[in-house]
Design a protein around this ligand. Sequence first.
Ligand SMILES: Cc1ncc(COP(=O)(O)O)c(C=O)c1O
Ligand SMILES: Nc1c(O)cccc1C(=O)C[C@H](N)C(=O)O
Length: 404
Amino acid sequence: MSDALLRRAEELDGDDRLAKIRDRFALDTSPDRPAGAAEVYLDGNSLGALPHGVAARLQDVVEREWGRLRIRSWDESGWWTAPERVGDRIAPLIGAAPGQVVVGDSTSVNVFKALVAAVRMAPDGRDEVLVDAATFPTDGYIAESAARMTGCTVRPVAAVDMAAEVGPRTAVALVNHVDYRTGRLHDLPGTTAAAHAAGALVVWDLCHSAGALPVRLDEHGVDLAVGCTYKYLNGGPGSPAYLYIRRDLQPRFDSPLPGWNSHTDPFGMRPHYAPADGVLRGRVGTPEILSMLALDAALEAWDGVAIEDVRHKSLALTDFFLECVAELVPDGLVESITPAEHALRGSQVSLRCRGAGEVMAALIERGVVGDFRRPDVLRFGFTPLYTRYVDALRAADTLADVLR
Ligand SMILES: Cc1ncc(COP(=O)(O)O)c(C=O)c1O
Ligand SMILES: Nc1c(O)cccc1C(=O)C[C@H](N)C(=O)O
C-alpha cells in the first residue's frame, strides 16, 4: 500500500465532519475476524449496517408494547399512526414537507400503487407507460402488470432519453434515480419537468439515492416516488418501503389496493370503500409494526446529519476510491462504469472486470464486502454515515492484491 495514499486517507478521515457518526453503527464485530478488526463494509447499497439502539428499541417493542400492553399498543404506543409518523421522519431526507410520505409494504408493492394511481390521474386517452430500460427488474415486472391492468403498454426507454421520449401518449414514466448496476445518477429535475410539459406524470424509484444524496422531491414537483429503507436508511432486512404522494395530488390518488387501513373510517367496518384524506391513501393493510419500529429507531442515526454533508462525503469517498484503484490496480484489469462526473454519480462505484464473481468472493474472504452483479460487475457502495477513507483505500488495495 502506498504511504502517500495512506497519509491522504488518514488526513481525509481527520477532516471528515461525519466521522463520529460511524460510532452510531455496529461495525466492529464481523464473522471470522478478531475483535476490533472490522471488515470493510461496502454493501450498504444492498443492506445498510445496524445502528446501535435498534436492538434495545425492538426489545422494548416486543417485551413491553407487545408483551405487556398487547392490543392497547395500537393507540398507546402509537402503532396505528406509525406509517405516517415514520414517513415524516424520512421526508426531510428526500426533500418532502410533512404529510406526503407513508411507510409500509415493499418497494415492489408501492411501485404498483404509484403506477396504477398515476395512470388513473393522467389525462384521458393516455395509453403508454415508459419504463427505464435498465431498471431494477422488479420495477419492470410490476410495470408490465400495471400496464396490462390499465389498458396501457410498456415502452422501455433509456433513463437518459426519458425527457425526450415522453409524449402525448405517455401516462407515466417510471425512472430509477440512481441506476443499481452502474451507479449513474439520473436527471430528476429535467425529466420531471419534461414529463409535466408533455402532460404526463413521473414515478421515481429512490432506492439507491435516498440517504445518499439530496433528492428534493417538493422543489422539483415530483408526482410520486417510492423507495426502500434497508439500504442507505439502514432500516434492516425487509424493513418497509415508502410512498411519496405530492400533496396536491392526494385528493386524486385512487389506490389500486384500497385496503381498510386507507379507509376514512377503518373501524366503521363499512361495506364500501371511502378513501381517507391525505397520504393515508397510500396505506393498504395492517402495518409491519416490528420492522417499521426497527426502522424508526434506525433513523435516529440521522439526528443532526445534513444531507448536503452526506453528498459531499459520498463524492469525496468515491473520488478517492477511484483514485486509489487507478494508482494501485494494474492497468487494464478493471474499467469503471460509474460516471466520473459528479453530477452523474450516485454513491457507489461499479467496476467491470473479468471473473468478477470470483474476484468478489476473494475480496469478501479478505474482509472487503461489496457485491457482484451479473455478468461482470463489482459493486462497491459507499455509505457516508459509516464509511471511512481508509476503508476506501483498503478496498482498492485488496482488490489490487486479488487481481495480481
Ligand atoms: C431500484 C430498486 N427497486 C426496488 C428494489 C427492491 O424492491 P423490494 O423492496 O420490493 O424488494 C431494489 C432492491 O432490491 C432496487 O434496487
Ligand atoms: N432487497 C434485497 C434482498 O432482499 C436480498 C438481497 C439483495 C437485495 C437488494 O436490495 C439488492 C439491491 N436492490 C440491488 O441493487 O441489487
